[in-house]
Design a binder for this molecule. Structure first.
Ligand SMILES: C[S@@+](CC[C@H](N)C(=O)[O-])C[C@H]1O[C@@H](n2cnc3c(N)ncnc32)[C@H](O)[C@@H]1O
Ligand code: SF4
Length: 459
């Protein structure tokens, strides 16, 4: 527990502490005071005082002021912890906001963001340059418009659970008795939600593993989506090669799907087996060869997987480049504290994972890919990031809209979060559906009412 006189910032200050290895035991006292436009944050670590005054020109009223109070309190704690522990983190004091979102806000205010990133937020030169490249690649697709709509459908089932996975999804064998009811409820919600679409930009069926469903069940969902599809980008997170078949690929194509994910995570069969993914690298290549002329393909990789060193990860990146899908997404392993893996795994150091991520950046950009979307989560190895890379003109509109929160998202299914944006994303209202399938089924009518209010209210 941090001793602070800004109670409302307790959890955000804790996020800063979580960034530093071994900082849990440091005794932290934080005091904020304000004198005209001067904020003073005094941070005492293990009894030693680190005091910072920040001259702030507050122009934007109360909301903007609160934002700045938060920013400078976190920054002061970051600087104190960085001095005490000797650790400098790649993303500096940036937590709780997507890097590109903050960069776009700065660009809008003062025309550029790089000085603010490096000098104020203590972001490294490399990560500042990465953010700049992402913004450059997103040009032409990034569009702040409250009418723009992305349509999302969530399938919470998988052929088996992977050991590292941090997403909500059930093994389809153990959830079998609820699957039909879930598909029917989903079709009902899709039909009901069609009227909330303003200007359709993209459709995304995510998971879990949508193609873990039987063809018959999957087709029911695809037929419901047919009624709203106007020929936009349409992604299905097919994901696991062990459930991708000629037959489901053909069906996706017939229903207008344009993009699918076929995810290796790694090309090491030893790691795949350890993770419980029930497929081999060879199967992945076989399914990719079936699909590559039918769809634009994305491949997900993860840096920092259990038992992998730099060379194993490098081979996976090199193999993905050799196969040449339109998109490659490089995730950094994210392990929640207290999870099975956090307790059992020999975790790689931040430096080792950082070398992997740097290699992926160099190799992919040398081979014609550009970074095009970027996000960070809590508990990521080395405090790094996930980056989507794309070949020229193949960037996924859905990923950009969702990461930047600049379009409304009409989301259906358990664990789906619908969003309505106002003033190009300056204000966002949300409706979150229950994560658990049974609760979702029981609350469907309530969810529909909430969505009606969200998308149809006048303000
Ligand atoms: C929502 S999952 C669905 C993908 C699909 N079911 C599959 O496994 O191929 C999307 C991606 O998140 C990534 N992911 C899942 N758990 C992760 C974790 N703990 N750390 C980092 N990335 C993770 C994986 O790369 C995965 O492909
Ligand atoms: S198949 Fe995908 S969503 Fe399902 S458990 Fe594995 S990584 Fe997670």
């Amino acid at each position: 527990m941090i001793d602070t006189n800004l109670e409302f910032l307790q959890s955000e200050l804790q996020e800063v502490v979580n960034l530093f290895d071994g900082a849990d035991d440091i005794k932290i006292r934080h005091r904020f005071s304000e004198n005209e436009n001067k904020f003073v944050n005094t941070v005492t670590l293990n009894g030693k005082v680190y005091a910072y005054g920040n001259l702030v020109d507050v122009k934007g009223g109360e909301i903007e002021k609160k934002r700045l109070v938060k920013r400078f309190a976190k920054l002061s704690l970051y600087k104190g912890l960085s001095r005490l522990t000797g650790q400098q983190l790649p993303w500096g004091a940036l937590t709780g906001i997507r890097p590109t979102k903050l960069a776009y806000q700065q660009i809008e205010k003062v025309g550029e963001f790089t000085e603010f990133f490096t000098d104020v937020m203590k972001v490294s030169e490399e990560k500042t340059a990465l953010t700049k490249r992402v913004i450059d690649t997103q040009k032409g697709i990034y569009e702040r418009n409250d009418q723009n709509t992305d349509f999302f459908v969530f399938i919470p089932f998988c052929p088996s659970r992977c050991k590292y996975c941090s997403f909500i999804s059930a093994d389809i064998k153990s959830a079998q008795k609820h699957v039909d009811a879930y598909v029917d409820a989903l079709v009902d919600e899709i039909n009901f939600s069609a009227k909330f679409i303003k200007k359709l930009r993209s459709i995304y069926i995510g998971g879990g593993t949508p193609v873990a469903l039987s063809d018959e069940r999957l087709e029911k969902i695809l037929c419901a989506i047919d009624k709203i599809n106007t020929g936009v980008e349409y992604t299905v997170e097919a994901g696991r090669p062990d459930v991708i078949t000629k037959s489901n690929l053909k069906m996706l194509k017939a229903h207008g799907v344009t993009r699918i994910c076929i995810n290796p995570q790694t090309f090491s069969n030893v790691t795949l087996q350890k993770l419980g993914r029930n497929h081999t690298a060879e199967q992945l290549v076989e399914k990719y060869n079936l699909a590559k002329d039918m769809f634009s393909v994305n491949m997900d990789l993860i840096a920092g997987l259990e038992g992998e060193d730099f060379n194993v990860f490098k081979q996976s990146v090199d193999k993905a480049i050799e196969l040449s899908p339109d998109n490659v997404t490089v995730h950094t392993l994210c392990i929640k504290r207290g999870s099975y893996l956090a307790e059992t795994e020999n975790r790689l150091s931040g430096k080792e994972v950082s070398d992997m991520v740097d290699y992926a950046f160099g190799a992919l950009t040398d081979n014609g890919y550009s970074p095009y979307y970027l996000y960070r989560q809590k508990y990521m190895a080395g405090n790094l990031e996930n980056v989507g890379y794309t070949k020229p003109n193949k960037a996924c509109v859905y990923n950009i809209d969702v990461m930047e929160e600049i379009a409304q998202n009409v989301a259906c299914g358990a664990n789906a979060i619908s969003k309505r944006v106002f003033s190009g994303g300056e204000r966002i209202e949300r409706v979150a559906s229950p994560k658990d399938v049974l609760t979702y089924l029981n609350k469907l009518e309530e969810i529909k009412n909430k969505k009606e209010k969200l998308f149809c209210s006048l303000v």
